[in-house]
Design a protein. Sequence first.
Length: 43
Amino acid sequence: MEVIMAERLDLSSAYRKLKSPNIKTRKRALAVIQAHKRQKKGK
């Protein structure tokens, strides 16, 4: 049985997760923020 973690990927959550001691969490948050900035730049 596989459990899928529902993770909030909005910008405010990503900025909050940057303060996490967990490296993977920080990298994931950084990827979300950078993707958002790329999208915003394209408009």
